[in-house]
Design a protein around this ligand. Structure first.
Ligand code: F6P
Length: 359
């Protein structure tokens, strides 16, 4: 019996199940049993697993429980944020478990912390390890998109469309906060798609006063007689360091002279759930194939990335390339501290359209 192991770790993202399904199907088609680890790195340390394949004569086939999971949000394997995995002694236990299971390759599906964990384990353990980027935040270096981003954006757009319906009916201004941790990507992308009037991003490092003044100016302009709008939509990224209710109170006090109601909605974890979109399922499936074949070819300490045509190592899929995780971690840090050209271009693009947004 030859075995591959798969786990999901960190914040769940829609499309993680599609990636698990792909890993199971491709692993089975290559004659491997696939062992699913429950609750991420904690399960790897504690040895909690579930067999996701079974044997039918000479064939290895997915367990019936895997059928149809590709559509579901969340992760059927469960996930965790595992402080214990930072400790080399606990990682040694995890590596010993993998050896005891006869594991010939480990696929880690998760975000930044999970990918860093995969790197640490890969440098200490001879078993090939590949990471698949999955996080709604789109804050992982060397992939244009991670699994979950597309579904999260569709959810945000639908929520903002609904909020706009009621806002227009009551001549209201809404501040809608979207997840993303320190990354403003979801806010930027959804602001364009929903024709928001303004967007507040952590990458712009604006002061408290600048933010309040900007939002007040936007509301005054939009509701002025000349402009005559009947809805104002301001999308605020979670990483902007003012709680939404405080922002709404401060702005409301500044526009008291106007006949306008300012409301706030924090979308929160709503954005992380839901059936995965076609695009997330597509990306997950294509990542799964390349990640499994990479570990079966003995490659390790790598991440698969989407649509970066001239970087990393080419694969059989034109849209998927592989990158050493160490390079991914470096670029991720630069994305978040704003020194990456990708982060710089994103903010410059948003600043260019700030004036356009409020038109
Ligand atoms: O990284 C995904 C994410 O949803 C972030 O957008 C958010 O800041 C964080 O996870 C929330 O984490 P938790 O569910 O552990 O509170």
């Amino acid at each position: 019996m030859r075995t591959l192991t798969v786990l999901t770790s960190g914040g769940d993202a829609p499309g993680m199940n599609a990636a698990i399904q792909a890993v199971v199907k491709i692993g089975a088609s290559r004659g491997f049993d696939v062992l699913g680890v429950e609750r991420g790195y904690d399960g790897l340390i504690d040895g909690h697993t579930r067999l996701l394949t079974r044997h039918l004569g000479d064939l290895v086939i997915p367990e019936p429980a895997v059928d149809g999971i590709g559509a579901l949000g969340g992760t059927v394997l469960g996930s965790s944020r595992s402080p214990r995995f930072f400790d080399p002694e606990h990682r040694a236990v995890a590596a010993a478990n993998l050896r005891a299971w006869g594991c010939e390759g480990l696929i880690v599906i998760g975000g930044n912390g999970s990918i860093a964990g995969a790197h640490a384990l890969a440098t200490e353990c001879e078993i090939p390890i590949a990471a698949i980027p999955a996080s709604i935040d789109n804050d992982i270096g060397l992939t244009r998109e991670s699994i979950g981003v597309d579904t999260a954006l569709n959810t945000i757009v639908e929520a903002c469309d609904r909020i706009s319906d009621t806002a227009r009916s009551h001549h209201r201004a809404f501040v809608v906060e979207v997840m993303g941790r320190d990354s403003g990507y979801l806010a930027m992308a959804s602001a364009v798609a929903t024709a928001a009037d303004a967007v507040l991003l952590p990458e712009q490092s604006r002061s408290y006063d600048e933010i309040i003044d900007g939002v007040v100016a936007c509301i005054r302009h939009s509701f002025s007689e000349v402009r005559g709008k009947n809805r104002v939509l301001i999308i605020k990224a979670e990483g902007v360091d003012i709680p939404t209710h405080m922002l709404v109170d401060a702005v409301s006090a500044e526009v008291e002279d106007m006949d306008v109601d300012v409301r706030g909605t924090v979308l929160g974890h709503l954005v992380r759930g839901g059936n995965s979109s076609f695009r997330d399922r597509l990306i997950a499936g294509r990542f799964g194939l390349i990640a499994v074949d990479a570990v079966l070819n003995g490659k390790t300490d790598l991440m698969v990335g989407w649509n970066l045509t001239d970087m990393g190592e080419a694969t059989s899929d034109n849209f998927v390339r592989v990158f050493p995780i160490i390079d991914v971690l470096r670029e991720t840090e630069a994305l978040l501290d704003g020194t990456s050209t990708v982060a710089h271009d994103r903010v410059a693009r948003m600043e260019k359209i700030q004036g356009v947004l409020s038109l």
